[in-house]
Design a protein around this ligand. Structure first.
Ligand SMILES: [Zn+2]
Length: 91
């Protein structure tokens, strides 16, 4: 595997889709069940777009591709993603 970045590399492009910081969201891997902040994923920027893989089992969690005026997002590798609700005041 080539060198990778951490999940914070997703912050810029995903800020176009989500109104909250998605890298702080807790994501559950669809393969091994590991639940951790998306920022802990391994992000490979050399694919066509960004590919985020589970730090535990290497399963593809998310793929983000910018194609012209379109942003294509797949979260198919995640069981769940837990985002902070807009306007939340806890924690
Ligand atoms: Zn996993």
């Amino acid at each position: 595997m080539p060198n990778h970045l951490d999940g914070n590399a997703l912050a810029g492009v995903l800020s176009e889709v989500f109104t909250t910081d998605v890298t702080a969201a807790r994501a559950r891997c669809g393969s091994c069940g590991r639940t951790s902040p998306l920022a802990e994923a391994m992000v490979y920027p050399d694919a066509p777009g960004l590919v985020a893989r589970c730090a535990s089992c290497n399963h593809i969690l998310a793929v983000v591709v910018t194609a012209g005026e379109h942003l294509i997002l797949s979260l198919a590798g995640l069981d769940t993603i837990e985002l902070r609700a807009t306007g939340s005041t806890d924690g």
